[in-house]
Design a protein around this ligand. Structure first.
Ligand SMILES: NC(=O)C1=CN([C@@H]2O[C@H](COP(=O)(O)OP(=O)(O)OC[C@H]3O[C@@H](n4cnc5c(N)ncnc54)[C@H](OP(=O)(O)O)[C@@H]3O)[C@@H](O)[C@H]2O)C=CC1
Ligand SMILES: CC(=O)[C@@H](O)[C@H](O)COP(=O)(O)O
Ligand SMILES: [Mn+2]
Length: 383
């Protein structure tokens, strides 16, 4: 497996698991990037000896630079640095696992450079899905999904005709608050929201799972990755996170992908596609689970989910607006500025506050992003 990988977001949940996969299969790590985690990035640079590293936060640059003075690595910073790592000559594939729509420009840069992408950063496709998919098609670049549900769908498509797909079944764990009423959600705490039943992930996506915004983002991500109409996507709550998603074909045969809830499986499939070799994880024992359950989501209680679906049905800038509003609302919740219940209120209010506008360029995305964030910040300050 002599592939070379550039990892954006290497100190996070996906990034560290990707490094385990690289180590297990002898993939070379050409580049590592983080936002501010100087110590963790220093350790990774010492261990993996990349040619390039990037610390996005410019205030952390000199600290990291002095720590790694003895290492033969080119250290960069800021968005220019991140984009350099996204388009490295020596990388065969770029793994984008930064969090948030800040990952969009590196994704577009990787595509311009003709680099295949293993994409975990779902906000990229939510904010700029049409731009990304068109650019990838024009440049002949492959986007391998890392998100577990999208990897499952991608796996279920192998060996079948895309033209004979009738719909996909996108599974959702339901998060820590599945079954709670709207009133019950008013008193949940940050610690409870950060406790996902099945997955150990970064804070932002863990909150998204609790509000079910994650499933809304994944609905939009699936629309773009697999060229689906919204009515071809059915969301099913499956509490055990063993069936990672499924595809129904025209003959009503449904093909699903199953496995233990461990991101190393989809990460490895994206990095080593189409090879299937031993993964550093456990085996699935269906008899240990005994029972797998499937239920309908509660769209009225989990307002983020319905807002995201409405946004992609309306199209234009709406998916970007709900995503950016969510990023700001989650940031505020994590900083104890708002309550959990307000995240859904804020995200859905965006649909009434902004008129439809087109997204034709990266600058259009950034304008909508700025407008949504300003709106949310003012809303929170005015409280
Ligand atoms: N975790 C999971 O199991 C899954 C995650 N995803 C998606 O993958 C992405 C990453 O999630 P996750 O790993 O959980 O998140 P984490 O918060 O654990 O990690 C985020 C990583 O991105 C880095 N980062 C953030 N912003 C920047 C930036 N501007 N420039 C460079 N690096 C940056 C962080 O650095 P630092 O440490 O310095 O902050 C960190 O390394 C998200 O989009 C998420 O939705 C999808 C499916 C599953
Ligand atoms: C592991 C992964 O892919 C996450 O996106 C996961 O799906 C989150 O679980 P939820 O189904 O609770 O959103
Ligand atoms: Mn997922």
């Amino acid at each position: 497996m002599n592939k070379t990988v550039s990892i954006l977001g290497s100190t996070g949940s996906i990034g560290t698991q990707s490094l385990e996969v690289c180590e297990k299969h002898g993939l070379r790590v050409a580049a590592l990037a983080a936002h501010s985690s100087v110590e963790a990035l220093e350790q990774q640079i010492r261990k993996y000896k990349p040619s390039y590293a990037c610390i996005y936060n410019e205030d952390k640059y000199s600290d990291l630079k002095s720590r790694i003075g003895d290492m033969n690595v080119r250290l960069l910073t800021g968005m220019d640095g991140l984009c350099t790592l996204a388009s490295l000559d020596e990388a065969d594939i770029i793994l984008n696992s930064v969090v948030g729509m800040v990952g969009l420009l590196p994704t577009l840069t990787a595509i311009s450079a003709g680099k295949d992408i293993a994409l975990a950063n779902k906000e990229t496709l939510v904010a700029g899905g049409e731009l990304v998919m068109k650019a990838a098609a024009d440049r002949g670049v492959r986007i391998y999904p890392v998100d577990s549900e999208h990897s499952a769908i991608f796996q279920c498509l192998q060996g079948n005709k895309r033209s004979q797909l009738s719909k996909i079944i996108l599974t959702a764990s339901g998060g820590p608050f599945f079954g709670r009423s709207y009133d019950e959600l008013k008193t949940v705490t940050k610690a409870q929201a950060l406790h996902h039943p099945n997955w150990d992930m970064g804070n932002k996506i863990t909150i998204d799972s609790a509000t079910l915004m994650n499933k809304g983002l994944e609905f939009i991500e699936a629309k773009w990755l697999f060229d689906l109409a919204p009515d071809q996507i059915e969301i099913v709550v499956h509490r055990q996170s063993v069936v990672h998603s499924a595809v129904e074909y025209n003959d009503y045969s449904v093909i699903a992908q199953l496995g233990v809830p461990d991101m190393k499986i989809p990460i490895q499939y994206a990095l080593l596609y189409p090879d299937r070799v031993s993964c550093p994880t456990g085996r699935l024992s269906l008899t240990d689970y005994g029972k797998l359950t499937f239920e309908k989501p509660d769209y009225a209680t989990f307002k983020c989910l319905s807002a995201a679906i409405e946004a992609i049905k309306r199209g234009g800038a709406y998916p970007c607006l709900v995503n950016s509003a969510n990023e700001e609302a989650v940031r505020a919740f994590l900083h104890d500025e708002i309550e959990f219940i307000e995240i859904g209120e804020i995200v859905s209010s965006v649909l009434d506050k902004f008129d439809i506008s087109d997204i034709r360029t990266y600058d259009d995305v950034m304008k909508s992003d700025k407008a949504a964030r300003e709106y949310v910040r003012k809303h929170i300050e005015a409280k």
